[in-house]
Write a protein that binds this ligand. Structure first.
Ligand SMILES: Nc1ncnc2c1ncn2[C@@H]1O[C@H](COP(=O)(O)OP(=O)(O)OP(=O)(O)O)[C@@H](O)[C@H]1O
Ligand SMILES: [Mg+2]
Length: 352
């Protein structure tokens, strides 16, 4: 464990911003702050910050209301703005890798190499036949720049840029630990992105982001019921006036079933791809997080189609929470949305 303070975790999602401050001590992890702010529709689209002012304003509010004084901040990006790939390269030293990666990476990245920031980690320095296994992460410079600018404009200092599928892995490890000899799928279903990370014996074996999410259901409700974004969100999350006998409720349920099937079909495609490219790795369980993990039809559909048990992740399970400072009911309701933020909040300010 690195020394130094935990970074502030700032998760700018497409439907809301989450901010977290954790404190790791020898006696465990403590929650100092957690809060969320709903974003107006279209403020963040496909991971790109479209309404810079609105996003900065919300971050400022979150910092002020929660009296956050730390500046060092960990940010996260997901979706098709970031590429994560395991590749094999000829064995070389870290220095040689640093020098050649820009050139080596080019063939694995569907963007112009000049437009991306590339990072590498050696996973296995001796993978056999003179090769080593390397994790390649490439992210679009303009997107990184957007997120860092928001943080700076809100008075924060960006020090870590993380990737969605790795944040849920770190959050899961803290709260559940990784069982040995088991393959589990961590799936975070947000508003616009689904992060998948299949972990075998505690090591990530496969990651994939799908640019789809619960927003698809909001849009369907808007269209079919001819209501605004806000009303659709209200109906979808079972807000007041959506008692189970009403026709609106039944219509929303029907749409939820349909959208869930679409989302699960995409998830299943990724998992089938994983299964086809690995041997002897059968997923025994799915751990679900993200706001859209609260769509009951999605859970049912996942269980049926993948034929494995699905459990909702509680990202605060192993985090000490002071009941005098936090409304525990409210925190529990926000928990599915907090997984990415928890993973971010575990990062250290002095990490790179
Ligand atoms: N009780 C609920 N039932 C159904 N959907 C819900 C519920 N609560 C939240 N959601 C949905 O979850 C989504 C928000 O989840 P989350 O906060 O994980 O996404 P995000 O981080 O904002 O987006 P991104 O996909 O960009 O990461 C929204 O689409 C919201 O409508
Ligand atoms: Mg998210």
């Amino acid at each position: 464990m690195a020394s130094g303070k935990n970074a502030i975790g700032l998760d700018i999602g497409s439907s809301s911003i989450k901010i977290i401050q954790l404190k790791e001590t020898s006696r465990g992890v403590h929650l100092l702050n957690f809060d969320m702010a709903i974003l107006p529709p279209e403020a963040v689209v496909d991971g790109a910050i479209m309404n810079f002012t609105a996003v900065v304003e919300k971050v400022r509010e979150l910092i002020a209301v929660n009296r956050i004084r730390n500046k060092d901040t960990a940010l996260v990006i997901s979706g098709h703005n970031v590429i994560v790939k395991k590749i094999n390269l000829p064995e070389m030293t870290r220095e040689e890798l640093n020098e050649s990666i820009q050139w080596e990476a080019e063939q694995y990245i569907p963007f112009d190499i000049k437009d991306v920031e590339v990072d590498v980690e050696i996973l296995n320095p001796r993978a056999g036949q003179g090769q080593m296994e390397v994790l390649l992460v490439a992210a679009k410079k303009d997107i990184i720049n957007d997120y860092e600018s928001v943080a700076r404009e809100a008075g924060l200092r960006p020090v870590v840029m993380d990737v969605g599928c790795f944040t849920i892995q770190n959050a899961f490890e803290l709260n559940y630990g990784f069982p040995s000899n088991e393959v589990i799928a961590l799936i975070n279903v947000g508003a616009a992105v689904i992060n998948i990370n299949i972990v075998a014996n505690g090591v990530s074996a496969f990651t994939r982001d799908i640019n789809m999410g619960g927003q698809m259901l909001t849009e369907e409700i808007q269209k079919q019921l001819n209501v605004s974004y806000e009303e659709a969100e209200h109906y979808k999350t079972g807000g007041e006036g959506t008692i189970s006998s009403s026709s609106i409720y039944r219509e929303v349920q029907k749409l939820a079933e349909r959208v869930s099937e679409t989302l699960v079909t995409e998830i299943q495609r990724s998992i089938d791809f994983f299964a086809a490219t690995t041997i002897n790795l059968d997923i025994s369980k799915v751990y679900l997080s993200g706001g859209s993990a609260q769509i009951p039809a999605l859970i049912r559909s996942l269980e049926r189609r993948l034929a494995v048990p699905v459990e909702l992740v509680n990202p605060f399970k192993n985090i000490a929470v002071d009941p005098k400072k936090f409304d525990l009911d409210l925190l529990q309701r926000m928990a599915p949305m907090a997984a990415v933020a928890v993973g971010l909040g575990l990062r250290r300010a002095d990490e790179k």
